[in-house]
Design a protein around this ligand. Structure first.
Ligand SMILES: [Zn+2]
Length: 460
């Protein structure tokens, strides 16, 4: 029997106890979410300090992207002085070894340039995903060299496995009692999988519109899952405070994959760049929600460039769906800060967000790239075409990159002779199916004539 209960935040200690003791085994429907009473401005940290600290043995600093001061992790990804986003910086001597041949599997091969030692990193086969050269779509578009970085080949079918692997490693290193996140789906399925692999208790808060395949994956992995209505609609500050408060109460590692809260998981995302740099792309096209994917990859290319491993860096292009494009609005107005939008409306659920991070905007400017919005209908069309023309089944949030290509060519931002990578972030089978299987099926008798007749009807 599935137990259901409505929750309000902040949780009481009894409710937290129930979650920790796994008495609520399955989804708690439609928890009502209230912003925590003491809101904090973006430029300051939440009241109280976090109990997790990453220290000592690792050779990296946490540095503010804006004032460049070195900071200590206090449970937020923000500089306590200026509110800038924090990032991990490594000595050049470490980064310069990234061009060497490695024998380790998964993220461990990049461990010296990660915020957690390889002994703590779980491995389920993540990373080293294929970089596939387009055979058909590139010809249609008249592009000389188009690649797809196929992140759908990660263990849970999404690029999130890279950042989540880092988060789970940090939870193990800090001896956290468990791990938690909030996600529209992909980060949640990834976290529940990696937590299961490490036997780490796991709590995921999901948007009430998360797809059934994603929810099934979370529950099969045995994570505690709570649907929170409108969890992404209240903006980043109440959301960050909610996460900080719940994770603090539970002594769970906060694994929300967004650099303004968590400066570590983006270190997993940057390894996509490490794996693509050898082809020296001119342009990298990324879907953008919070912005970690684009910002993380840009960080990876910058690290390799600054350490002398590569000689040029690509232009980074952020793509968002119309109706959910705060980054594009900021870029079009040449602003330095992404202003959240009131409401996000798009069928591309993986990118339905009202806010994006300033780190992604900074990456677009630094790389001389751009941000562009695409129509939902074009996105769905490209998703289906990628399946039928290239044999790659992606979710719509990945298809925005392909939908952006004609616009980039038309606006002369992209030269047809340039080397382009579209980063495909999530697998199609994790999305609610939007094809009516009855229209593509025929039934026949155990009879060759009948089968051939029905086949001719299908191909007609
Ligand atoms: Zn600062």
């Amino acid at each position: 029997m599935v137990k259901q209960k409505a929750l309000t935040f902040p949780l009481t200690s009894k409710e937290i106890g129930n979650i920790v003791r796994s008495e609520w085994r399955y989804t708690v429907e439609d928890a009502i979410f209230y912003p925590a009473p003491h809101r904090y401005p973006c430029s300051s940290k939440p009241a109280g300090t976090h109990r997790f600290r990453i220290t000592a043995s690792m050779e990296f600093d946490l540095r503010c992207m804006d004032c460049k001061d070195i900071r200590e992790y206090d449970g937020t990804g923000r500089c306590e002085a200026c509110g800038g986003i924090l990032e991990c910086v490594y000595p050049r001597a470490i980064l310069s070894t990234l061009g060497e041949q490695k024998t380790e599997e998964g993220l461990a091969r990049f461990a010296p340039a990660l915020p957690v030692e390889k002994g703590f990193l779980p491995y389920l086969g993540e990373a080293q995903t294929p970089l596939l050269r387009s055979k058909t779509i590139c010809n249609e578009l008249g592009l000389a060299c188009l690649y797809f970085k196929d992140e759908t080949q990660n263990p849970t079918g999404a690029f999130k496995d890279r950042g989540i692997s880092i988060s789970v490693g940090l939870a193990l290193k800090t001896k956290s009692k468990g791990i938690m996140t909030v996600s529209s789906g992909n980060a949640a399925t990834s976290l529940s999988t990696y937590a299961a692999a490490c036997q780490l208790p796991c709590l995921v808060l999901v948007d009430s519109e998360a797809s059934t395949p994603k929810l099934q994956q979370i529950l099969v992995m045995g994570a505690q899952c709570i649907k929170v209505r409108g969890i992404f609609e209240r903006g980043s500050e109440p959301l960050c405070e909610l996460l900080s408060e719940v994770s603090h109460h539970l002594n769970y590692w906060p694994a929300f994959s967004w650099a303004p809260v968590n400066p570590y998981s983006v270190e997993g995302t940057k390894t996509i760049a490490y794996e693509c740099a050898h082809i020296t792309p001119d342009v990298v096209v990324c879907p953008v929600a919070g912005g970690d994917n684009l910002a993380g990859q840009w960080k990876g290319y910058k690290e390799l460039y600054n350490a002398g491993v590569i000689e040029k860096r690509p232009r980074m292009i952020g793509v968002q769906p119309k109706g959910s494009a705060p980054l594009v609005s900021a870029f079009n107005r040449r602003e330095n800060h992404v202003t959240p939008i009131a409401k996000a409306t798009t069928v591309v659920t993986g990118l339905r967000t009202t806010f994006s991070g300033d780190h992604a905007l900074k990456a677009v400017y630094e790389s001389d790239g751009c941000a562009i919005e695409v129509d939902d209908r074009d996105t769905i069309r490209c998703k289906n075409r990628l399946a039928r023309l290239e044999g790659i089944w992606i979710e719509s949030s990945s298809a925005v990159t392909v939908a952006a290509l004609p616009l980039l060519i038309e606006s002369k931002f992209l030269d047809r002779y340039e080397k382009v990578i579209c980063v495909l972030t999530g697998a199609g089978h994790k999305e609610q199916i939007d094809i009516d299987i009855r229209t593509g099926l025929q039934e026949a008798n155990f009879d060759p004539d009948d089968i051939l007749r029905k086949y001719l009807e299908l191909v007609r």
